[in-house]
Write a protein that binds this ligand. Structure first.
Ligand SMILES: *Cc1c(COP(=O)(O)O)cnc(C)c1O
Length: 415
């Protein structure tokens, strides 16, 4: 799945980054799903009725795999929200204010996702709170019309910027950046997961934005954990910051957060549903998602992140133990630096001697029962798995299945 259009050397990292995050809490983690065990993937009545297969997710938070699973307190809050009528804008404003207070940032709103936050943040920078301009978007006649971006930060989600009709101006060096900013510049977009790929870092980006009077935006969609990221970038001086709600935060899949300056968040709300003649009208967020996102943020702040990390490490050890009886299998752990910042276990073997490639192995795991999704493509470390999105106990099912698939292939190759 190519979510990003990065140079190929970055693809693995970013395919993962684009995607990752969510949290199974440590001891006593409760999942809104079936209990683990054989047949986990068949346990849902509603999906069985629809003839849709479920998977064990050993891969991470990928939208095409439906992101993450909401903890019961989030889905219960959504159910509660569904029982009453409210004024949508009032809910948006009050939930946003509470989230901002919890995170210690100036202002916040719940969006349809990080992509929705990018769309609305850009609209806020272009049209502000001017009703005529709001209705006019994406026709930019009489408005600013450019957004500056580092060449290495271009990605599939910048479509949400371009939906506003703006032209992206690519820069590489700090000198390019100074030269690219003009009276046409509406915003400067930064992709947090690509911070090591560009010549201009976070602080410099903010410094230039402030000095030149251009609002700066940081797309940190998949970049919790760690928890501190939820406030780090606003504190650093970014005017707007986006997070996905349905990745590491384990909120509703179609929710996200736009954080930042009060004036811009107010403008973003005006550019959004339920206001009808707006660019944001198609990215509607229901009362259930707004409430679910608020509760997901509250929960994430309360979570024992250290215990959760230890739990992931222990589950990786448990997988290693099962797999260690496969002689010659190379195993190791790694933690991606930004995005998907959780422990992963990689597996490497002699593909020609064992008669099975990592793609074959991943395919077999996906197609057989229970269906298991692993991280196979573009990963320099080999095929990898993470307990990040697994229900408790699933790590053993996954390790045993991988061992079976590899052992079978190997004995076939030797017979
Ligand atoms: C996932 C992702 C998005 C989109 O997030 P949604 O919450 O699915 O809208 C945007 N930018 C980056 C970098 C992402 O990883």
């Amino acid at each position: 799945m190519a979510f990003f259009s990065f140079p190929s050397s970055r693809r693995g990292f970013l395919a993962a980054s684009g995607i990752a995050s969510s949290a199974i809490s440590a001891a006593g983690a409760r999942f809104a799903g079936a209990a683990p065990g054989k047949g986990t993937s068949k346990s849902s009545d509603i999906y069985a009725r629809l003839g849709v297969r479920t998977h064990i997710n050993a891969k991470g938070t990928y939208t095409y795999l439906t992101g993450s699973l909401m903890p019961p307190e989030v889905s219960e809050a959504m159910e509660d929200a569904a029982k009453h009528f409210v004024y949508l804008v009032e809910l948006q404003q009050k939930a946003g204010a509470k989230i901002a207070e919890l995170l210690g940032v100036e202002a916040a709103m719940v969006t349809s996702g990080a992509a929705g936050a990018i769309l609305l943040g850009t609209a806020a920078c272009l049209a502000g709170n001017d009703p005529k301009r709001i209705a006019q978007l994406p026709d930019l006649t009489g408005m600013k019309s450019e957004v500056v971006i580092q060449k290495s930060h271009r990605n599939a989600f910048d479509h949400a910027i371009r939906n506003n009709g703006v032209r992206l101006v690519e820069v590489e060096s700090p000198e390019d950046l100074e030269g690219a900013i003009s009276e046409k510049t509406a915003m400067m977009y930064f992709l947090n997961a690509a911070q090591s790929t560009g010549k201009i870092g976070l602080e410099k980006w903010v410094e230039v934005g402030k000095r030149r009077g251009v609002p700066t935006f940081n797309d940190a969609a998949a970049d919790v954990p760690p928890l501190s990221h939820l406030s780090d970038y606003c504190k650093m001086g970014f005017d707007l910051v986006a997070f996905s709600g349905g990745k590491g935060l384990r909120g509703p899949q179609c929710a996200g957060l736009l954080l930042g300056k009060k004036e811009l968040i107010e403008a973003a709300i005006l550019n959004n549903c339920p206001n009808e003649d707006t660019i944001g009208r198609p990215s509607k967020v229901g009362k259930e998602e707004i409430v679910g996102m608020f509760v997901a943020v509250e929960r994430y702040l309360r979570l024992n992140h250290e215990a959760e990390w230890k739990d992931w490490e222990q589950r990786i050890q448990a997988m290693k133990k099962v797999l260690s009886s496969s002689a010659g299998l190379e195993m190791g752990t790694f933690v991606p630096e930004v995005a998907n910042h959780v422990p992963h276990l990689y597996l490497k073997w002699d593909e020609s001697a064992w008669g099975i490639t990592k793609a074959d192995c991943a395919k077999q795991l996906r197609e057989e029962e229970p269906s298991i999704e692993v991280l196979e493509d573009d990963h320099p470390q080999g095929m990898s798995v993470t307990p990040f999105m697994m229900k408790p106990g699933e790590e053993l099912i996954v390790a045993r299945r991988i061992k079976d698939v590899l052992d079978q292939a190997r004995s076939k190759a030797h017979s």
